[in-house]
Design a protein around this ligand. Structure first.
Ligand SMILES: *Cc1c(COP(=O)(O)O)cnc(C)c1O
Length: 475
């Protein structure tokens, strides 16, 4: 490829790495930034500009490649390199258990327990009364049994791990019977048939997509059958001409043939949401009470705690699961354990749990609370933007998320915002690129902020973001 004279001139204008480094150090002598980070940023910046020259990028000028401009680019790159990749953001989507945005938030009392354990030695696997090695699970087993009514409990890294571990322990090279209507994909590559094969279990699907009968299970039971599995549908519903075998009926079949019954509850909750005006989800206590031999569920969905997979059930089975070498590979870490114990303790008083755990508070937030928050934010925005921001309160629905209550629209009071002539998608992008990022949603072509998932200190953040945006547009 032939290089033009202009390209040659621009290439010659680019300074060397050492030269830029010297200038950068002179400009920010006190910055506590590791040398290799600066050098890498300088190299990347020069490389990018060289590529632009070679492209060639018609927008490129001598002025655009001045040392001052290059230094600015390096500074921006250095700032970016020094900032953490995983960072807080504002969830204005109204999806409470949003898997992409970190699912459940932990309340201060739970965070305190993490801090207390994380920076110190602890009795993680030490039995203080016996003065010798203890079990990692003892911190939460007692309270999990207390709340759920189960004989025994253990915890692992997440619910996908819990399901895998149970299958591998009880049903390796054996048959597991599941209704065709429950062979779900949860997303993020959790598919029931795939998890079964990874656990070495042989899937015996029974029934049809919409209807599975008791006799379908009974006909499939044979000497090779190790487990009857019931899976919560989580993120979809089957409506219309349907028949489903209840957990109670499955427990009867299991008892008749001497086969354990396991239920993957998915979200899992200790609280009857119908008491709070929401749709009922099966509770962990009910599944245990109905006689399921094993129940698995997530720690960070409707439970509102840290990421974890909880297993409760019959002692003989949980003991076998604890002995499985795979349990070691899936084991829960001590920070999570500290958070989980503190979360579970809140459930000893249901009202305290609902008031304290952000996930539960957001799910049960009433119309009045949401209207007030929407009105407060609207006032802030109008003060900031005046006529340049058109803000309107609209009645829209929020979602529970996390594979729970899939058909439920939680009534919410949202803000529909228009900023000058900026399109909804550009507004969405600008908010997403704010520091901290604000993630809203676009509905019917309008940018929407749902107050259900906002925390009190998110409101000034949103105000500041719009202020900056309007200043940028004006200048
Ligand atoms: C969410 C879900 C899982 C996976 O749980 P994680 O804690 O995300 O690993 C498994 N089964 C069902 C039915 C679920 O809804």
């Amino acid at each position: 490829m032939k290089i033009t004279e202009n390209q040659q001139k621009l290439l010659r204008q680019l300074p060397g790495v050492d030269q830029l480094l010297e200038q950068f150090m002179a400009q920010s002598p006190d910055a506590d930034i590791p040398h290799p980070v600066i050098v890498n940023c300088i190299r990347d910046t020069l490389e990018t500009q060289r590529n632009r020259i070679m492209a060639p990028d018609p927008a490129l000028s001598e002025q655009g490649l001045s040392d001052a401009r290059l230094l600015e680019m390096v500074s921006t790159a250095v700032q970016k390199a020094m900032a953490p990749n995983l960072k807080r953001l504002v969830n204005a989507t109204g999806v409470v258990v949003h898997t992409n945005l970190g699912r459940s938030l932990l309340p201060p009392s739970v965070l305190e327990n993490i801090v207390a354990v994380a920076g110190r030695y602890s009795n993680l696997e030490y039995d203080l009364s016996a003065g010798k090695r203890g079990s990692r699970y003892s911190a939460v087993e007692g309270i999990l049994c207390e709340i759920s009514g189960a004989q025994a409990a253990m915890v692992v890294n997440n619910n996908a791990g819990a399901v895998l571990l149970c299958l591998e322990t009880l049903a390796k090279n054996k048959n597991v019977i599941v209704s065709r209507g429950e062979l779900v994909e949860i997303g993020g590559s959790f598919r029931v048939p795939d998890v079964m094969s990874k656990g070495g279990a042989i899937l015996k699907e029974v029934g049809t997509t919409n209807r599975t009968h008791l006799k379908d299970y009974e006909n499939a039971v044979d000497a090779e059958c190790a487990l009857l599995l019931k899976v919560h549908r989580s993120n979809f519903s089957i409506v219309g001409f349907t028949t489903e075998v209840s957990l109670r009926q499955l427990v009867d079949v299991g008892a008749r043939y001497g086969i354990p019954v396991m239920e993957d509850l998915g979200s899992g909750t200790f609280i009857d949401f119908s008491k709070y005006g929401l749709v009922k989800e099966p509770t962990v206590q009910e599944s245990v009470g109905t006689g399921a031999d094993l129940v698995t569920f997530s720690g960070d969905k409707l439970l509102g705690g840290p990421q974890a997979g909880l297993i409760v059930g019959k002692k003989s089975l949980v003991d076998q699961i604890k002995q499985n070498p795979l349990a070691r590979a899936l084991r829960i870490d001590k920070l999570t354990l500290a958070a989980l114990e503190a979360t579970l303790r809140l459930y000893r008083d249901e009202h305290k749990a609902v008031d304290t755990l952000p996930t539960l508070r957001m799910l049960t937030a009433d119309r009045n609370t949401l209207e007030k928050r929407a009105a407060a934010l609207m006032e802030t925005l109008i003060k900031i933007g005046g006529p340049r921001l058109r803000v309107e309160i609209v009645a829209l629905g929020s979602k529970a998320g996390g594979g729970a209550l899939p058909l439920l629209e939680l009534p919410s009071s949202c803000l529909k915002i228009q900023a000058g002539n900026i399109s909804a998608s550009l507004l969405e992008k600008n908010m997403r690129e704010n520091e901290p990022p604000i993630i809203g949603r676009i509905e019917n072509g309008a940018f929407i902020i749902d107050p259900r998932t906002l925390l009190d200190d998110d409101l000034p953040v949103i105000g500041a973001a719009f202020e900056q945006l309007l200043n940028r547009v004006a200048s």
